[in-house]
Design a binder for this molecule. Structure first.
Ligand SMILES: Cc1cc2nc3c(=O)[nH]c(=O)nc-3n(C[C@H](O)[C@H](O)[C@H](O)COP(=O)(O)OP(=O)(O)OC[C@H]3O[C@@H](n4cnc5c(N)ncnc54)[C@H](O)[C@@H]3O)c2cc1C
Length: 557
C-alpha cells in the first residue's frame, strides 16, 4: 500500500465520540488526525441536550449530589439484566477517570444539577441526582470566526434569531416581571444576545449540546490535533489481521492515510439512514429521525466490510423521541410539555395509551407497541388554552398570545375546536372515546391519582411536572374551551444496534476477537444499555468514556 499520509491515530467523525478521542490522543502525545465529512464539527451532539450519564463522578461529589457505584451497579442489573456486563463494568470503572482527565487538562467541564432523576426512578439503586451531568454553558466569542465551524442547534432550541435557551433560563424568560431576580436575569440574557448579533450570526452564549461541542472544539484547538473538514471515510484498509489505515475523500481528492497505532470510528451510527433502519428494524413504522443527516452509517458499514461483527441483540434497536413536525423542523418532545398537568395523549379511539410523563423513549415505544391495537401513529396531544398559556406545547412557547396561536393553527401545526367532539372530528379520532377519556382524566386530576397509567407517579414523572400544581404535579383537569390537538410521531434520536466491541472499544470480528487497530465509540459502537433507556445522557456518557478508553488502549497497546 502506498500511503499519502502517516499518523498515529486516525479518527473519523467530529461529534462527541470523535472529538473526545482526538482530544485525549493529543493530550497523550499521539499524532492524531480527525477527519470530519462535513465542514462543521458537532454532528448530532451539537443539537442534543448535552447531558451525560456517568455514575460515581467527583463532579457529583463536588456539587453536593454524590453517587454510589454499588447502587449504579444494582440499578443497571435491574434495568438491563446480565447483558453487556464486561462493557458495562469497563464503563463504570473508567467514567469518573475520564471526566477527571478532561476536567484537569481541557475546557470540557460538567456540573451535576441538584435534581435529575434516572428514568425508571422506582428501580432499586436509582439515583435522583448525581449521575446526569450537564455541560457548563460556553462563551463562544473566544472562537472568533471559527464559531461558524460549530454546527448550530435545531431552530426550535433557539429564540430571537439564534439565542439558545436552556431549561434553567426558561422561568426568567417566561415571567420576566415575576421578581427582580427574574427581570435582571432576563435583561442580562437579552442584552448579551443583542450585543452578540452585532458580530455573530447567532448568539454566542451556548448551552446544552452546543456548549459541549464548542468546549470540545475549543479544547482541541489548543492541542496539536489536526482537524480536516470535508474528509470522508470511504474504506478501511485491512492487511491480514490488522486495520492499517483508511481511504479518505478529502474534498475531491482521494487519499490513503496510514494509522500507525489505531483507527477510531465515531461517525454517529445510522439513525437517519432509511435503508439501514429498514434492515435492523424491519416493519417498524418509523419514518422520522432527529439525528444529524450526516450520521448515516459510514463507519458502521465500512467496519462490517472489513469483518466487524454487529451487535443487534437489543430490547430496542434505536432510541426514540415522540416528535411533532413544524414546517421543516422536527421538534422532540423531551421534557417541556408531556409531563405537565392538563395534557393527555390519545390514540385513534380517543383513549390514552401511556403515562404521558414517562421518558420520551418509553412514550414512543408505547406508541409502537400499541399501534396495532388502536392506531397511535400519530398520537395526539390534547390540552386546553390555559395549558398553552402556562407551559406551551411543542414549538408553541408558553405565554403565546392569540395571534401566535392562530398562526400555528393556520399553518396546520395545531388543530383547535370549541368542543372536544368537534376537535375529535378534525383529527379523526373517536369523539365519544375522547370525551370519556377527558372526563376520566379530570376525575384523576381531582384526586391526584392517575388510576389508568400512573401519570406523575414517580420522581422522574414529577421532575418534569409543575411543582406548584397540587396534589399531583402532572395532573390537572382539562378545562374550558377552546381545545387543542398536536400530532406526534415516533422518531429515532440514535442507534443502539452498532459494532460489537470489548470494554476497550476494540471492534470485534464474527469470532468475538478484536480486530487489531480498529476501535469504535459513540453510536458506531453498540449501546451498552441494550436498548433500555435508563437515564438522561446514556448515549453521550458512553461516547465520552469509550473514546477515552479506546485512546488509552491504543496508547498502552
Ligand atoms: C434533540 C436531541 C437531544 C439529545 N440529547 C441527548 C442528551 O442530552 N444526552 C445524550 O446522551 N444523548 C442525547 N441525544 C443523542 C446524542 O446526541 C447522540 O447519540 C450523540 O450525539 C451521538 O454522538 P456521536 O459522536 O456518536 O455522533 P455525532 O455527534 O452524530 O457525530 C458524528 C460525526 O461523524 C461525521 N461523519 C459521518 N460519516 C463520516 C465519514 N464517512 N467520515 C468522516 N466523518 C463522518 C458526521 O458528519 C458527524 O459530524 C440527543 C439527540 C437529539 C437529536
Amino acid at each position: 500500500m502506498k500511503w499519502d499520509r502517516d499518523v498515529d491515530v486516525l479518527v473519523f467523525g467530529a461529534g462527541m465520540g470523535g472529538m473526545t478521542a482526538a482530544l485525549v490522543a493529543a493530550h497523550e502525545g499521539l499524532d492524531v488526525l480527525l477527519c470530519e465529512k462535513t465542514d462543521q464539527v458537532g454532528g448530532t451532539t451539537s443539537t442534543s441536550a448535552g447531558t451525560i450519564w456517568v455514575p460515581g463522578s467527583s463532579q457529583a461529589v463536588r456539587d453536593g449530589v454524590p453517587d454510589n457505584m454499588d447502587d449504579a451497579r444494582r440499578f443497571l442489573a435491574a434495568e438491563i439484566g446480565p447483558r453487556a456486563e464486561a462493557v458495562r463494568e469497563a464503563f463504570l470503572e473508567a467514567g469518573p477517570k475520564a471526566l477527571d482527565y478532561l476536567e484537569a487538562r481541557t475546557d470540557v467541564k460538567f456540573v451535576a444539577p441538584p435534581r435529575h432523576p434516572d428514568y425508571h426512578s422506582n428501580q432499586p439503586g436509582r439515583a435522583l441526582a448525581g449521575r446526569a451531568l450537564a455541560p457548563i454553558p460556553f462563551d463562544a466569542r473566544v472562537l472568533g470566526k471559527d464559531f461558524d465551524r460549530v454546527r448550530p442547534p435545531i431552530a426550535p432550541f433557539m429564540v430571537l434569531g439564534g439565542m439558545m435557551v436552556g431549561k434553567p433560563d426558561i422561568p426568567y424568560l417566561i415571567k420576566p416581571f415575576a421578581s427582580v431576580a427574574n427581570f435582571t436575569a432576563a435583561t442580562k440574557l437579552l442584552l448579551r444576545h443583542a450585543t452578540d448579533r452585532l458580530r455573530f450570526k447567532r448568539g454566542t452564549r451556548l448551552v446544552m449540546g452546543n456548549a459541549l461541542v464548542a468546549r470540545l472544539f475549543h479544547s482541541l484547538r489548543q492541542t496539536k490535533a489536526a482537524i480536516v473538514y470535508d474528509a470522508r471515510l470511504v474504506e478501511l484498509v485491512r492487511a491480514k489481521d490488522r486495520v492499517e489505515g483508511a481511504v479518505v475523500d478529502i474534498g475531491d481528492k482521494r487519499q490513503t492515510i496510514r494509522a500507525r497505532r489505531g483507527v477510531v470510528l465515531a461517525t454517529g451510527g445510522f439513525a437517519p439512514n432509511d435503508k439501514l433502519r429498514a434492515e435492523y428494524m424491519p416493519g417498524v413504522p418509523v419514518r422520522h429521525s432527529n439525528a444529524f443527516a450526516g450520521a448515516s452509517g459510514d463507519g458502521f458499514t465500512a467496519a462490517q466490510r472489513t469483518g466487524a461483527a454487529v451487535d443487534d441483540k437489543h430490547t430496542s434497536p434505536v432510541f426514540y423521541f415522540p416528535s411533532s413536525a413544524h414546517k421543516e423542523d422536527l421538534f422532540p418532545h423531551i421534557l417541556l410539555d408531556r409531563a405537565k398537568p392538563g395534557l393527555i395523549a390519545v390514540n385513534k379511539d380517543g383513549r390514552r395509551f401511556v403515562n404521558e410523563s414517562d421518558n420520551y423513549h418509553d412514550f414512543a415505544d408505547a406508541m409502537l407497541r400499541t399501534n396495532s391495537a388502536s392506531p397511535c401513529i400519530p398520537a395526539w396531544l390534547i390540552c386546553d388554552r390555559s395549558f398553552i398559556r402556562d407551559y406551551g406545547i411543542g414549538v408553541v412557547h408558553p405565554g403565546s398570545g392569540e395571534r401566535t396561536i392562530a398562526r400555528f393553527v393556520r399553518d396546520g401545526y395545531l388543530k383547535t375546536a370549541g368542543t372536544l367532539m368537534e376537535l375529535a372530528g378534525k383529527i379523526g379520532v373517536d369523539g365519544r372515546g375522547l370525551l370519556a377519556t377527558v372526563q376520566e382524566h379530570n376525575r384523576y386530576a381531582e384526586t391526584g391519582v392517575d388510576e389508568a397509567f400512573g401519570k406523575g407517579g414517580t420522581e422522574y414523572n414529577q421532575f418534569n411536572g409543575d411543582p406548584d400544581n397540587k396534589p399531583n404535579p402532572c395532573l390537572r383537569p382539562i378545562g374550558e374551551a377552546p381545545y387543542f390537538a398536536l400530532a406526534v410521531y415516533p422518531s429515532t434520536m440514535g442507534t443502539c444496534v452498532g459494532l460489537s466491541t470489548d470494554g476497550d472499544a476494540r471492534v470485534l470480528d464474527g469470532d468475538g476477537k478484536p480486530i487489531a487497530g480498529l476501535y469504535a465509540c459513540g453510536n458506531d459502537m453498540a449501546s451498552l444499555f441494550r436498548g433500555v433507556y435508563v437515564g438522561p445522557g446514556i448515549t453521550l456518557g458512553p461516547a465520552l468514556v469509550f473514546a477515552y478508553r479506546a485512546v488509552m488502549a491504543i496508547k498502552n497497546g
